[in-house]
Design a protein. Structure first.
Length: 662
């Protein structure tokens, strides 16, 4: 397993240290001649040539791609306008994103091809062709219009992983409404904050979804959230589980009732290239989650082009991405990138170990799936569950594997390669972010020699660099900060309602350059090795969690005076969440209080943010100016010696007493 990150003196320092552990990795896996022969891009030389054009002549490159890949109602006049971060793309052009994902395939051989294959956790299967998907989206677009929704209105989506989740996103896109998908694991409180931040008019939810044999109570969560959301006028409720729920008169409408009689053809309007498509909330290093805004043409082009090359999509593929649509991976690589390419997308509602830990392998054989895109945390769980669950199945339909969300440790990479890919399938380790919209650093499977643990080389149009704290390019093999120096079409446009925070968060450290928040290094071949976040954002099981959100949830508990959240290396989750809390006078530390604090964070944010460990402290280590020294707490949480400069500590005895506790 990955060795523990060493102490953080400065961002660059931590990167240097961690690199030693992965720099022993020297294996190289070249694409097989057989894979190369059939690949959409079959040589490293071809990648290098196209990449050079994409960064040296971006206008020429993106003009050609936008014309070839997208269906325009009105051609654009200008490819890109303005400097980063305010670059506008494909100015003057008009298109409809839903039309680009569905209507373009009608009247072609794809019309009766499966767009979606769905398997519910109880084992129910539904297949929907492109033609059927079109009818569903058209009907829902009418339902939305009948409710009075117009272009620019916000719609919150809080649904299980069922085809209707995709249909809802596409119906929003069709009428120009902006969707914000909230992962079903978020609490009513988190849902309320997101609805209020973007002032959603409509919430689309379900009477539940299946997970580990139980029903996730989505509707009661919506009811609770809506006690404090004045903007919401209507709740559209899908029947999935037949779980009894309350329907509020005048506000709540059943999907199947609204649907009744809605026409199944809908004339889609064309929207400007820069028309907002969706808002997706993600954690930052300070404050509440940020509403990342993506717009239409540039985002769609990034998602479509990367899907084509990174997943080497072919007409016959049956592609499975295990991400929920509540995350950016579900947006770009379940919905927009795949459907715009006319692919068959397989989606699964439930848990990977329900009823047994071989559920994924069973489904791959059952549906002859050819591509699997999942997260290292899942791969490590599969490893732990044991090879026997895998060996029961053939897995011979698979031809390509993908990884996303966090660094994949070489041991997990090798297991994925051998046990799942049978040494036959290339692995694309794709680095990207909610903000980048599309895959940003990645191998192309027919072109790029793979090194386990490296996301390899930048995708087309991505000017990625490693810089030191002053913004100077770092020499090869020394760590630094990962930045992108030129604009790219699928980049975020702003943070919803807070453009100043957008500029501050991403463009203030190195003006004119996008700072990713990640530490990384580039090896002698120019390969990128991502170390992880170097800001106060944690990556727990591939989910981004801001320490500030956890801390503010904790201090809202009546017993807590102060709190600090840090990550601790974890074999399964990548990082586990450890919180240090000091109590208000008169409150006693106890096991029961630890449980109550965990439950409180679960209630405030969602169970994905529940701390793995709660540690009580008499006081927290601070600088003389009163700032909590998190790097010291990180060492304490990891059980390693406190290293680095401690001269700014106000009181060293605090550290000694923290080490004694637990
Ligand atoms: O730290 C990087 C990590 O996930 C962060 C982005 O999180 P989010 O916006 O939730 O998007 C996740 C899915 C795209 C990054 O800043 N990350 C993502 N992919 C990788 C990764 N770290 C290493 N290797 C990856 N392949």
């Amino acid at each position: 397993m990955r060795s523990a990150p060493k102490p953080k003196k400065s961002a660059t320092h931590v990167t240097d240290q961690t690199i030693t552990s992965v720099s022993r990795e020297s294996r190289v896996f070249r694409p097989s001649a057989e894979f190369q022969r059939q690949a959409n891009l079959g040589s490293l030389a071809a990648y290098k040539k196209l990449y050079a054009e994409s960064v040296n002549s971006p206008e020429k490159f993106w003009k050609r791609q936008a014309e070839e890949q997208l269906v325009w109602r009105k051609p654009f006049k200008t490819v890109m306008k303005g400097a980063m971060p305010d670059t506008k793309w494909f100015v003057g052009g008009k298109l409809n994103v839903a039309e680009n994902c569905i209507d373009r395939h009608l009247g072609t051989a794809r019309e009766n091809k499966a767009a979606i294959i769905f398997e519910g956790e109880p084992g129910d299967v539904r297949t929907m062709t492109y033609k059927q998907l079109h009818l569903h989206v058209c009907r829902l677009a009418h339902v939305f219009e009948n409710m009075g929704l117009v272009a620019g209105d916000r719609v919150a989506i809080y649904l299980p992983m069922v085809p209707e989740a995709m249909i809802t996103m596409l119906a929003c896109a069709r009428i120009g409404a902006i969707h914000t998908v909230v992962f079903g694991g978020f609490s009513p409180e988190a849902l309320k904050d997101r609805i209020n931040d973007c002032k959603a008019k409509l919430v689309v939810t379900a009477d539940g979804g299946w997970r580990r044999g139980k029903i996730i109570e989505l509707k009661p969560n919506v009811d609770k959230a809506l006690e404090g959301t004045p903007s919401v006028q209507t709740v559209l409720v899908l029947k999935r589980t037949a779980n009894p729920i309350n329907m509020k008169e005048g506000r709540d409408v059943w999907w199947h009732d609204a649907w009744e009689g809605a026409p199944n053809q809908h004339k889609a309007k064309a929207f400007d290239s820069e028309n907002p498509l969706f808002i997706l909330y993600t954690s930052g290093s300070t404050g509440k989650p940020k509403g990342v805004l993506h717009t239409s043409a540039g985002y769609l082009l990034g998602a479509k082009l990367s899907s084509h090359y990174v997943f080497d999509l072919k007409e016959t593929d049956r592609y499975f991405c295990s991400a929920d649509i509540g995350w950016i991976t579900g947006h770009s690589y379940v919905v927009y990138g795949l459907l715009s390419n006319g692919a068959t997308v397989f989606i699964y509602e439930g848990a990977p170990n329900q009823p047994e830990p071989d559920r994924f392998w069973r489904m791959i054989d059952r549906h002859s799936l050819t591509i699997l895109y999942t997260a290292p945390t899942a791969i490590r769980a599969f490893m732990r569950w044991g090879d026997n669950y895998v060996l029961r199945h053939r897995l011979d339909s698979l031809r390509l594997l993908g990884s996303v969300g966090e660094p994949i440790n070489p041991e997990a990479w090798m297991w994925y390669h051998t046990m799942i890919g049978k040494k036959r399938c290339p692995i694309v380790d794709t680095w990207w972010q909610t903000e980048t919209g599309a895959i940003t650093i990645t191998p192309l499977p027919g072109a790029t020699p793979l090194k386990p643990g490296s996301a390899t080389l930048p995708f087309f149009g991505i000017a990625a660099k490693i810089v030191d704290d002053k913004g100077k390019e770092a020499p090869r093999n020394s760590g630094g900060k990962l930045v992108i120096t030129k604009p790219w079409p699928s980049m975020l446009r702003t943070l919803w309602g807070d453009d100043a925070r957008f500029k501050q968060a991403y463009f203030s450290e190195f003006p004119g350059t996008y700072f990713t928040g990640d530490g990384a290094r580039q090896d002698k071949d120019g390969y990128f090795w991502i170390v992880g976040r170097i800001d106060d954002v944690l990556n727990v099981s591939g989910h981004r969690i801001g320490t500030a959100e956890i801390e503010s949830a904790l201090v809202s508990h009546p017993s807590v005076a102060e709190a600090a959240a840090v990550g601790k290396p974890d074999d399964l989750k990548g990082q586990a969440l450890v919180v240090f809390v000091t109590l208000k006078s008169g409150h006693e530390a106890s096991e029961a209080l630890k449980e109550s604090l965990r439950a409180h964070v679960g209630k405030e944010i969602g169970s994905l943010a529940k701390p793995d460990q709660v540690r009580f402290a008499a006081s927290l280590p601070k600088t003389r100016s009163g700032k909590i020294m998190r790097r010291i707490l990180k060492d304490i949480a990891a059980g390693t010696q406190v290293k680095g400069d401690t001269s700014t500590l106000e009181d060293f005895s605090v550290v000694a007493s923290l080490q004694q506790e637990e």
